[in-house]
Write a protein that binds this ligand. Structure first.
Ligand SMILES: CC(C)(COP(=O)(O)OP(=O)(O)OC[C@H]1O[C@@H](n2cnc3c(N)ncnc32)[C@H](O)[C@@H]1OP(=O)(O)O)[C@@H](O)C(=O)NCCC(=O)NCCS
Length: 171
């Protein structure tokens, strides 16, 4: 079962996996629509959190997170190698992202989802908002997920809830 044999890790521009990671993004997301990753995009790469999924050291999954003000993250470049799509790897990567973000008190993740992938994001807890719009020549939707409830339940001290709970139990 590929999903269970995937290891997700944060990689950097100097990591040995980075060239293969970049190639998978281009092969899955750009070449099919006749585009390449631009020099301007590459120049921004150092500001992102790059996540690669590996099966036996081979990169089979990619995404990047863009930190934003207000405890938000933008998710970009979600791609699964065609030979292992529809086997749960994309969903496993979404769970990895959730854990990564929750541990850093990120409250909100959003993305521009291709219409063809809206069901995938919805199954992973994202809600669509607004009308469909065109980007790189294909229809997209804004999708987002709030992590606030999880953080409040798991880290009540951070949110001040523990004090309230203690206070309530004394009365
Ligand atoms: C969309 C994508 C990231 C999903 O990852 P995945 O590992 O294939 O998906 P999962 O196996 O976790 O499937 C979860 C759900 O996603 C949807 N899904 C599965 N394969 C899909 C595919 N090839 N394309 C679109 N959606 C797909 C299904 O709704 C599936 O639910 P189901 O198993 O109940 O039918 C992946 O198929 C992919 O890289 N597609 C091409 C690139 C792309 O569209 N990226 C997103 C850009 S916004």
């Amino acid at each position: 079962m590929p999903e269970g044999s995937v290891i997700f890790k944060i990689i950097h521009l100097s990591s040995p996996e980075y060239p293969e990671y970049l190639e998978l993004r281009e092969a899955v997301l750009r070449r099919p629509i006749g585009l390449r990753i631009t020099e301007e995009e590459l120049a921004m790469e150092e500001h992102y959190v790059h996540i690669a999924g590996l099966i036996d050291s081979r990169v089979c999954a990619t995404t990047a997170l863009v930190p934003e003000e207000g405890n938000k993250m933008r998710m970009i470049q979600v791609a699964i190698s065609p030979d292992v799509q529809s086997k749960g790897i994309g969903s496993a990567m979404m769970r990895f992202i959730d854990e990564y973000c929750k541990l850093r008190s990120v409250e909100y993740i959003w993305c521009h989802a291709r219409e063809s992938a809206v069901a995938f994001y919805a199954k992973n807890g994202y809600s669509a908002e607004g009308e469909s719009f065109e980007k790189v020549g294909i229809p997209h939707r804004l999708m987002h997920k709030s992590l606030v409830v999880y953080i409040m339940l798991r880290y009540p001290y951070i949110c001040g809830l523990k004090l309230k709970t203690l206070h309530n139990t004394r009365h």
